[in-house]
Design a binder for this molecule. Structure first.
Ligand code: FMN
Ligand code: SF4
Length: 408
């Protein structure tokens, strides 16, 4: 396994070494099915949080009978602590557009959309220039790179600042001009997505890896990382570290190795996956960053020894209460109840029974919420309570017995 951790500030990410258009040119020399097979062999998984195999998504979209298909680049990036997609769009926009064009070739799409986070409006002029340049050089538009009959163009759609619009079905609703409310699924977007047509929604980083994989070979990506989580991944590192920023890591890197590299000595915990992720206490820093353990969207927030972790949990819950779209009760009411609970815990006014009820509520929210927001919003509450039971006991001065309950 390549053990290098690369820093975007030093400009040495793998993306920096990818020759312009090389992956796209190579891809268009091959049949669409062969490209999907190659991405499959690489083991590339979605970098937007869920880690869904990219090739499987593309194959499903390609298999649908349809007169039109779409490729959507999810550039909503509103997970607290996440900023890697912004850096990719700023520094490597052509790689993202190459990835979208390769996806379009693979599934037979003619139109693409970059759904750009509203707060990233400042990126739009450069992205517009990039798209215009590609149209004039034939890497977008009619007969892309002289490939007869392969027409593909991309537009940019600016979001309006709702976290839930990063969820792919809410994003599609928003693209169609409606309120960004998650849809019932199935059907999934690969069957019925934008305007009811098969649609591949991929994260910015997922798409940027595609041309690198085509250029360097599926075996190259497979040879990095771990068996179940192949390849490299970008992480946004923030919080109590000496060198915050975007880092490229081989999957399987331990949290301890990452902290060593970014100057996070003495950290008491890290939140992996942003507000929707989980809190990992110092005694578990030997855990590896892999899709099967603690990866999610690639946002890592580091908490130094003086941080009040219950305040951190309260802060995350305030975020979820504000960002819940309100469509379903477990999320709309559940997050509010968890917020009230953590506030009472901090005031020393939460009984053991109430805490136990709140932990049950977390499971109910996870099982019954309509979309990933409500299914993952209890993560931080649960993992912080489990990791720092002493903080809770210290405040509530209640029986210690629940500590065993929480941990069991
Ligand atoms: C509340 C919520 C917010 C999300 N925000 C984003 C986002 O900003 N960017 C993103 O790529 N995926 C986000 N996702 C995941 C998407 O729904 C989807 O899984 C992803 O865009 C698929 O791309 P991938 O397969 O390349 O990861 C979010 C999911 C949820 C539930
Ligand atoms: S889980 Fe939350 S964000 Fe998702 S649909 Fe229900 S209320 Fe909306």
């Amino acid at each position: 396994m390549d053990t290098a951790i690369r820093d975007v500030h030093e400009g040495d990410l793998t993306f920096s070494t990818q020759p312009a258009e090389a992956g796209l040119e190579l891809a268009l020399e091959q049949q669409p099915g062969a490209i999907i097979d190659l991405v499959d062999q690489s083991g590339l998984k979605g970098c937007g949080g869920a880690g869904f195999p990219t090739a499987r998504k593309w194959r499903l979209a390609a298999e649908q009978a349809a007169d039109r298909r779409y490729v959507v680049c999810n550039a909503d990036e509103s997970e607290p602590g996440a900023f890697k997609d912004r850096v990719i769009l700023e520094r490597y926009p052509d790689l993202v557009l190459d990835g979208m064009t390769i996806a379009a070739w693979a599934i037979g799409a003619t139109s693409g959309v970059i759904y750009l986070r509203g707060e990233y409006a400042f990126l739009r002029p450069a992205l517009d220039d990039c798209i215009a340049r590609r149209r004039s050089t034939g890497t977008l538009g009619l007969d892309v790179l002289g490939r007869d009959g392969f027409d593909f163009d991309v537009i940019i759609h600016l979001g309006a600042g709702a976290y839930v619009c990063g969820e792919e079905s809410a994003l599609l609703e928003s693209l169609e001009g409606r309120r960004g409310h998650p849809r019932n699924r199935p059907p999934y977007p690969v069957r019925s997505g934008l305007h009811g047509k098969p649609t591949v929604v991929n994260n910015v980083e997922t798409l940027a890896w595609v041309p690198c994989i085509i250029s360097n070979g599926a075996g190259w990506f497979r040879s990095l990382g771990t068996a179940q989580s192949p390849g490299l991944k970008l992480f946004s590192i923030s919080g109590d570290v000496d060198r915050p920023g975007v880092y490229e890591l081989p999957m399987g890197t331990t949290i301890a190795a990452l902290l060593d590299r970014v100057g996070g000595a003495g950290a008491k915990a890290v939140q992996v996956g942003g507000a929707a992720g989980i809190c990992v206490p110092a005694e578990q820093f030997d855990r590896a960053l892999t899709f099967e353990d603690v990866t999610a969207s690639g946002a890592v927030i580091v908490f130094g020894p003086d941080r009040d972790m219950l305040q951190v949990a309260e802060n995350f819950l305030e975020f979820f209460v504000a960002e819940s779209c309100g469509q379903c009760t477990p999320c709309r009411i559940g997050n509010q109840r968890l917020l009230e609970g953590i506030r009472d815990i901090r005031r020393g006014q939460c009984s053991t029974d109430r805490l136990s009820g709140l932990l049950d509520l977390c499971e109910t929210m996870r099982a019954t919420s309509k979309c990933g927001l409500g299914q993952t919003s209890p993560n931080a509450f649960q993992s912080i309570i489990a990791a720092f039971p002493g903080d809770v006991v210290g405040r509530s001065a209640k029986s210690l017995t629940w500590v065993q309950e929480v941990r069991s």
